[in-house]
Ligand binder design. Structure first.
Ligand code: ZN
Length: 116
C-alpha cells in the first residue's frame, strides 16, 4: 500500500476553499491528518508548473520524509506559496512550510525550502 493509496483512503482533497472539512493552522500536539486538504483544480494545475514536481519533503527538526498525494504535489509545483503549512508524518503535526525542504524523486535531499 503506497502512501498515495493511504491518502485516498483517509484524507480527502477538495478544490473548495469554503469546504467545512478543511483544517487550518498549526499543531502544538500530534494529530491525525485531514480530513481534507485544499488543492488547485485540475484545470488550474494543467496550466503548467513553475517548480519541479516533487512528491516528498523532509522536516528539518526530525529528519522524517513525508510523501504527499499527487494533486497536492502538483498544486505546490503550480503555485509554490499555495500552502502556509504542511504535515509531518514523523511529528504528526501541521507545521509552517518553511521548516521543510524538498526531496527529489530519486530521494536526494535538497536545500530548497518548501513554499519558496
Ligand atoms: Zn517532523
Amino acid at each position: 500500500v503506497s502512501y498515495i493509496d493511504t491518502v485516498k483512503r483517509f484524507v480527502g482533497l477538495t478544490t473548495d476553499p469554503a469546504d467545512p472539512d478543511l483544517r487550518r493552522g498549526f499543531d502544538d500536539e500530534p494529530v491525525e491528518q485531514g480530513p481534507k486538504y485544499l488543492v488547485l483544480s485540475d484545470e488550474e494545475r494543467s496550466r503548467g508548473f513553475v517548480r519541479p514536481l516533487r512528491t516528498a519533503y523532509v522536516h528539518d527538526a526530525c529528519g522524517t520524509v513525508t510523501t504527499m498525494a499527487l494533486p497536492i504535489a502538483e498544486t505546490y509545483a503550480r503555485q509554490p506559496a499555495f500552502y502556509g503549512g504542511t504535515y509531518c508524518v514523523g511529528c504528526r503535526k501541521h507545521l509552517p512550510v518553511a521548516e521543510f525542504r524538498w526531496v527529489t524523486p530519486d530521494g536526494k535531499h535538497t536545500d530548497e525550502r518548501v513554499g519558496s
